[in-house]
Design a protein around this ligand. Structure first.
Ligand code: UT7
Length: 350
């Protein structure tokens, strides 16, 4: 019998633009208030890119950070999976630019569009490719630039205050040791709710796909039915965690650490309460970065890992919900640092 082959997390990385935009900075422009934003979302500030920073550039920086942790080189990478809802250009996707910036021509790439659940969908692809033996080393990256796509006027304030820019990455590779493995991923979608959180244009189903009045009529800006999305997020995040632990035959209390998509602190608080998870078992950074959609889980995972908040060998659960609707979860064993290329928990302040 051949030895079982699993995918393991070998390294994580992140990139956040330096430009900090506080709630107070948005007050005048969006007819909002620091108090409203903090009370409704938990956000205090977010990062916006400066001229010269692109989604591919941030993704490449986060990927290099993850490769360094794994003691691997760009030319070890067999596949790049890039999750984003905000590609640098309409086509081609950012994956090809990341391959070019990493200096690995010929390496295949996939761009995926599962919004806030994109990183977990990316992990599910890495898991399948590595377990099947097709590839050894897969980079999964979430990278977003929201600041250039949100409506910076009072009409868009309900959405515009929520989002920030950034990138996070994970490098996965093969292991035969289940105690260091990505144990499973569980992903879902329900397109009946596609237009509850979406950006309509540019829309190829319309001809022409970009019209002169699209900015004035707002169709190029994100729109959300906030209360409905909030309710579905609470429900599906709880279900996603339960699905992961049930599939592995463990209890919620057996999970040592949770990293949730950072959409709203009230959603995370609801999940913690509903599942009786102590706050000490999670790491939140929504106050500093807002919602970075596909980048939010890998950024938080990297921060928590590098700050040694996750014990070696810990059972870690990730869960996300977002536009589509899409949602999902993953369970993994946190790298131990012994043998192979695994060197997590490098000390670093968050
Ligand atoms: O990442 C993908 C998943 N995304 C989510 O899970 C987000 C889910 N939704 C939410 O987080 C919340 O629905 C929001 C934070 C977006 C909104 O919070 P809410 O408690 O649902 O507020 P609301 O939409 O019911 O609006 C309440 C009031 C309204 O005023 P009136 O009608 O009561 O007078 C809004 O016009 O707040 C007003 N409002 C604002 N006021 C100041 C909406 N946005 C703002 C704003 N600043 N930015």
């Amino acid at each position: 019998m051949p030895e079982p082959r699993y995918a393991a997390l070998l390294g994580t990385g992140r990139y956040l633009p330096e430009r900090v935009v506080t709630n107070v900075d948005l007050e005048e422009i969006l007819d909002t208030s620091d108090q409203w934003i903090q009370e409704r979302t938990g956000i205090r500030e977010r990062r916006y890119v400066a001229d010269g920073e692109s989604g591919a550039m941030m993704a490449t920086a986060a990927a290099r950070h993850a490769l360094e942790m794994a003691h691997l080189r760009p030319d070890d990478v067999d596949l790049i999976v890039l999750a984003t809802l905000s590609p640098d250009v309409c086509f081609p996707g950012n994956g090809v630019y990341i391959g070019a910036e990493l200096g690995i021509p010929g390496t295949p790439c996939l761009d995926i569009r599962q919004q806030c659940t994109g990183f977990i969908y990316g992990l599910s692809l890495a898991e399948a490719y590595i377990r099947s033996g097709r590839y050894d080393y897969v980079l999964v990256i979430g990278s977003e630039i929201h600041s250039s796509g949100i409506e910076m006027a009072p009409r868009g304030r309900d959405v515009s205050v929520l989002f920030g820019d950034g990138a996070g990455a994970a490098l996965l590779g093969p292991t035969t040791d289940v105690n260091r493995a990505l144990l499973g991923t569980w992903v879902h979608s329900d397109g009946r709710h596609a237009e509850e959180l979406w950006t309509e244009g540019p829309a190829s189903r319309k001809n022409p796909r970009v019209a002169a009045d699209d900015v004035a009529n707002g169709s190029v800006f994100p729109k959300m039915n906030g209360q409905k999305v909030f309710k579905f997020a609470c429900r599906h995040m709880v279900e996603a965690v339960k699905e992961a632990v049930d599939a592995q035959g463990v209890q919620i209390a057996d999970v040592d650490f949770f990293v949730f998509h950072q959409a709203n602190m009230r959603i995370i608080d609801f999940v913690l309460k509903a599942l009786r998870i102590p706050e000490s078992k999670t790491h939140c950074n929504i106050d500093r970065y807002g919602n970075t959609t596909a980048a939010s889980i890998p950024i938080a995972l990297d921060e928590a890992g590098r700050a040694a908040m996750i014990p070696p060998g810990a059972l870690v659960c990730l869960a996300a919900f977002g536009s589509g609707f899409t949602w999902g979860s993953a369970l993994l064993r946190w790298p131990t640092g012994e043998g192979g290329t695994q060197t997590a928990n490098e000390q670093e302040g968050v």
